[in-house]
Design a protein around this ligand. Structure first.
Ligand SMILES: [Zn+2]
Length: 53
């Protein structure tokens, strides 16, 4: 498996210990957690809130 990359901007996700995350089976509870960088995540959440989703 490769390194997790942001699904939106395509940047590598830093600060996310994916291997340790898998071992402890701990996953971010936030939507898109571990999928997009925090910037895009904030953007997505704001967008979702705006749309009322
Ligand atoms: Zn991003």
């Amino acid at each position: 498996m490769g390194k997790p990359r942001c699904a939106i901007c395509g940047r590598f996700l830093h600060g996310v210990d994916y291997e340790a995350d898998t071992k402890s089976s701990r996953r971010p509870e936030r939507p898109y957690g571990g999928y997009v960088c925090h910037r895009c995540l904030e953007r997505g959440i704001r967008d979702a809130v705006r749309r009322g989703v």
